[in-house]
Ligand binder design. Structure first.
Ligand code: MG
Ligand code: ZN
Length: 216
């Protein structure tokens, strides 16, 4: 028995990182703080961003959300309906955002109008990890409804994220998942150096702590 490990093409990743660096400077030159939310479909990224966005706007911050999706404008519409400025960013067929697509998206925005840019990556826990976009923070969102093995199955995205969030805490009992198993796996993965943030985006619990952690 042996294990075959696949890796991304080095040149592709190098090119992405170079453009991510440009994006970082573009955002900084406009005094913008930013975060890239990664996570599976159904983890609750959109709900969490809406909850955060509303609170930040209420604090007088000027927020724009970049809604990354393969196709469609469902999340984009949800952001707009919540009263948030948003840009729809479709990848066409790619299962992740990349720095070049974000560079093009930023070029369509009036960046002087914003203090904070929140990016919702495509619903996927695997490849977004390989493609930094140039944000201050990368965050990964998982939910209790996805089972208790998400950290064990997806090391890379947790290792590449600055902040990990466990959502849907309010229904962990109903789905028979012990959140302590997930947060415990995360603590082990990060050598006990980092704690996972817990929240219920729908109820609004834990959202302020996440905003604080991001320095927004
Ligand atoms: Mg979404
Ligand atoms: Zn992908």
């Amino acid at each position: 028995m042996h294990i075959v490990q696949a890796g991304m093409e080095f040149d592709v990743l190098k090119a992405n990182n170079r453009i991510a660096h440009e994006n970082y400077h573009t955002l900084k030159s406009h005094g913008i703080k930013s975060v890239d939310f990664m996570g599976s479909i159904g983890a609750g990224k959109t709900a969490l961003i809406i909850e955060m966005g509303k609170r930040l706007v209420a604090q007088g911050k000027k927020v724009c959300v970049i809604a990354g999706d393969v196709t469609g404008d469902d999340d984009f519409e949800r952001f707009q309906q919540a009263g948030l400025d948003a840009v729809n960013c479709n990848t066409g067929k790619e299962c992740h955002l990349d720095a070049n697509l974000i560079k093009k998206t930023l070029a369509t925005m009036d960046l002087d109008r914003y203090d904070i840019v929140i990016i919702e990556n495509v619903g996927n826990l695997v490849c977004p990890a390989d493609f930094p976009l140039g944000t201050d923070f990368r965050a990964v969102v998982v939910s209790t409804t996805e089972g208790d093995d998400m950290v064990r199955k997806h090391h890379a995205v947790f290792q590449h994220s600055d902040i990990a969030i466990l959502n849907k805490m309010d229904i962990s009992d109903a789905v028979g998942v012990d959140p302590a198993v997930i947060t415990g796996d995360y603590n082990r993965l990060t050598g006990g150096l980092k704690n996972m943030y817990t929240c219920s985006a729908r109820k609004g619990d834990g959202v302020d702590t996440i905003i604080e952690a991001l320095g927004f």
